[in-house]
Design a protein around this ligand. Structure first.
Ligand SMILES: NC(=O)c1ccc[n+]([C@@H]2O[C@H](COP(=O)([O-])OP(=O)(O)OC[C@H]3O[C@@H](n4cnc5c(N)ncnc54)[C@H](OP(=O)(O)O)[C@@H]3O)[C@@H](O)[C@H]2O)c1
Length: 275
């Protein structure tokens, strides 16, 4: 497993994506528990992910709470001190914990950032969350966030990042690195219905050379610079095993070049990609 440090926290570069769990809780719980006992220490969920917080809560039972970095999110319409506290309560209850490691504003919409941050700071002072952050923010939003009182306490921004969504490399990732804001990358396989990333011949050839799968190559590529935590969702132990093993896969400069030819890096500002 590869780890990185964000504001003093040691996080595995692969986390557990927790969207839309609940279709097959037995397998999902086994998969999450396998991950958390084999080097993964990050798990990502949200109040809007239906039954996911409960499934994760069940998977966490018996696992040392202090070894897991739990992320959940609240909706922009709940971005006030009162509603953030009201959203957090059931999330904690479902997850079976009395604090979150990271609480994220799920997306910006028309949230008032100063008001949202005031509430998050209060939750932090009360010990109910250890850190707070945002999701689906672009550079312009991050700049605005840093201007509100205590905005500089933002721990991380969670955005879409995979081979077909590289726009963040142009300006957002360098900006976050400069301002020491962690980058969490979601949907490494762009897995929403028909958007699911299909392995191309180039990815297949690289995978074969490493005795790996094209999906492992995608994860190795995302984590190549040791500056991103990627959050694949996997509901089987086999997939979690594959995703963990992908962290041992080192792509060569020539392979990286071939991937760049097929999935070019941005050469100009592009609108933030979201799912
Ligand atoms: N902040 C946000 O706004 C936001 C938005 C979207 C997602 N997210 C986060 O990012 C996480 C991941 O995104 P996602 O759920 O959209 O999809 P994803 O992680 O890109 O893809 C998940 C799909 O990939 C499959 N998979 C997992 N490991 C695999 C492997 N080694 N080989 C082949 N297939 C594999 C899974 O199958 P199985 O389930 O059958 O294992 C599932 O169908 C979410 O769960 C959520 O935590 C955040």
């Amino acid at each position: 497993m590869k780890y990185l440090t964000i504001k003093g926290e040691g996080l595995s570069q692969i986390g557990i994506g927790g969207a839309d769990l609940g279709a097959n809780p037995t397998n999902e719980i086994a998969a999450i528990r396998y991950g958390l006992t084999h080097g993964i220490n990050v798990v990502d969920t949200a109040e809007s992910y239906y039954g996911s917080e409960r499934v994760i809560g069940a998977a966490l039972r018996g696992i040392d709470r202090h070894q897991v970095f739990i992320i959940s999110k609240f909706l922009p319409r709940h971005a006030t001190p009162e509603l953030e506290a009201a959203s957090l309560k059931p999330s904690l209850e479902k997850l079976g914990t009395d604090y979150l490691d990271l609480y994220l504003l799920h997306w910006r919409a028309n949230a008032n950032l100063a008001v949202a941050v005031a509430g998050l700071e209060r939750l932090r002072q009360e010990g109910l969350i250890r850190h707070w952050g945002v999701s689906n923010f672009d550079v312009i939003d991050m700049k605005e966030l840093l201007k509100v009182p205590a905005g500089e306490h933002v721990f991380a921004n969670e955005d879409l990042y995979n081979l077909t969504s590289r726009g963040v490399e142009y300006d957002l990732m360098p900006w976050q690195e400069k301002h020491q804001v962690g980058f969490l990358g979601y949907s490494p396989f762009h897995a929403v219905g028909w958007h699911y990333l299909r392995p191309t011949p180039v990815l297949k050839r690289i995978a074969t050379a490493h005795h790996a799968s094209p999906y492992q190559v995608m994860l190795a590529w995302i984590t190549r610079h040791n500056n991103v935590v990627t959050l694949p969702k996997a509901s089987s132990v086999t997939h979690v095993q594959d995703n963990i093993t992908a962290m041992d896969l080192q792509l060569t400069p020539i392979e990286l070049q071939k991937i760049d030819q097929e999935y070019p890096a941005p050469t100009r500002k592009v609108p933030l990609d979201k799912i």
